[in-house]
Design a protein around this ligand. Structure first.
Ligand SMILES: Cc1ncc(COP(=O)(O)O)c(C=O)c1O
Length: 426
């Protein structure tokens, strides 16, 4: 008989943020258009592509070299540009990937089978699912605490790395998705101290670093790192409304300080060398976009708009005792956690449309879903607002995430009030 072809850990590879879209599309057929609060998709939320950016991209498209393969590691000029103002970074230690999945599948697959990464909880699920699939085992996480402004529980982190010799890396997402947190310098320094004490490496996902509301709160790992080997992950597409640019790179620091780390990075590079790179256009325009005098002006205006929405959300939800919010410190997302003692677990929401009611009740009944998932499905069917349950970020906390994307402030206020009223009734 033929052998089962399914990978033992295939179920770990799920991306529920997009799965809810399938349900939302069915719900949409019942009545009206869905209000998409599940994902950062700026153009879909009417963010305008700035003319100066379009011009730079258009001009580059006239150049035939855009249509080439580009070297596997990256275009030399772009690597030099990225390393120019960073004396700790050798351009040779920048490795470019076609996008996040290309990066993390190579980064995790090249780790020894039993070498593990410890994650924040809640965690951005593409990272954590891929690592769990690599290890054929559940995620190992440290808590981000909503009662302490989503700061990491450093005691838990230290205990876990101390008693689990398989943990070799600490991963930090700063600024963090889904919590909206930006960690202070002293918190980051304590994480580095733990890494140093237990001889661990560090990975920082810093893709949102240009989107922090107040630049005074920004600490890049490259500013505080000592001699701990580490990787920073970066990505241009969030700094501009250009999600498809798929231009992901890692910066490797202190490679030469640790032979095992250095060999590992070489193995990542070797697996990268098996293919050429496809994203010549974003690489070519990256320096031009960042160097444009328009970029900084645009960034500031954009951040101000997101900040206004974060202020508004804080104001609207402040009198809702069933939930807690920590005001986001950077642009895209807001996570809301439930005070569970104020909710009834068996709540059933009644919907005007009986067919839709049956569909939602059946979908929820047939699963062992967590409370926040049921909440989000009912909210979707009752208010047409599509959000993401925190349990989908491997969170122990019940709650959900929305975006700060809506360009029309009046409309955004209406969305937030609708959510608040739904919570109050639930
Ligand atoms: C922390 C973090 N890293 C990486 C990514 C990947 O970005 P993209 O979905 O544009 O590939 C995201 C996307 O939300 C993210 O939040």
């Amino acid at each position: 008989m033929r052998k089962n072809i399914l990978h033992h850990w295939s179920k770990e590879l799920s991306y529920e943020i997009r799965k809810i879209v399938e349900i939302a599309k069915i719900v949409e057929n019942f009545w009206q258009k869905i209000i998409w609060e599940n994902i950062w998709d700026p153009v879909a939320k009417w963010e305008k592509i700035p003319e100066w950016m379009k011009k730079i991209v258009q001009k580059s498209c006239e150049n035939d070299v855009i249509y080439w393969y580009c070297p596997t590691k990256w275009l030399e000029e772009t690597r030099k540009f990225l390393a120019k103002n960073n004396p700790k970074l050798n351009p040779e230690n920048i490795i470019f990937f076609n996008w996040l999945w290309d990066a993390i599948s190579k980064i995790y697959k090249n780790l020894a089978f039993d070498a593990r990464i410890i994650w924040p909880n809640p965690a951005y699920s593409t990272h954590s699912s891929a690592e769990a699939a690599h290890a054929w085992s559940k995620h190992i996480t440290y808590k981000l605490d909503p009662k302490n402004k989503w700061n990491p529980d450093l005691k838990e982190l230290e205990n876990k790395v101390k008693f689990n010799p398989n943990i070799v890396w600490i991963l930090v997402v700063n600024p963090d998705n889904p919590t909206g947190a930006v960690f202070k310098k002293d918190v980051l320094e304590k994480i580095i101290k733990i890494a140093k004490k237990y001889e661990l490496y560090v990975i920082f996902d810093e893709i949102y670093e240009k989107l922090i509301f107040d630049d005074k709160n920004k600490t890049l790992l490259s500013e505080i790192i000592l001699d701990v080997p580490w990787i920073s992950m970066k990505w241009m597409s969030k700094d501009l409304p250009w999600p498809w640019s798929r231009c992901w790179w890692i910066e490797v620091y202190n490679k030469e300080k640790d032979k095992n780390f250095s060999d590992y990075i070489d193995s990542v590079l070797n697996s990268k060398m098996l293919e050429v790179c496809s994203t010549t256009l974003p690489q070519k325009v990256l320096p031009k976009l960042y160097l444009s005098p328009e970029f900084e002006k645009y960034r500031k205006i954009r951040i101000e708009k997101y900040k206004q929405r974060a202020d508004l959300a804080e104001k609207i939800f402040s009198d809702c005792e069933k939930i807690e919010i920590v005001k986001p410190k950077w642009a895209f997302y807001l996570s809301i956690t439930f005070n569970m003692e104020k909710f009834s677990w068996n709540e059933k929401i009644s919907l005007e449309n009986k067919e839709l009611q049956n569909f939602i009740d059946e979908t929820i009944k047939n699963s062992d879903w967590r409370f926040d998932k049921k909440f989000c499905y009912y909210m979707l069917a009752k208010t047409w607002i599509c959000s993401v349950p925190l349990s989908w970020f491997n969170s122990h906390f019940e709650g959900f995430r929305i975006t700060l994307l809506e360009e029309n402030l009046e409309k955004y206020e209406k969305i937030l009030n609708t959510i608040k009223n739904f919570i109050k009734k639930f």
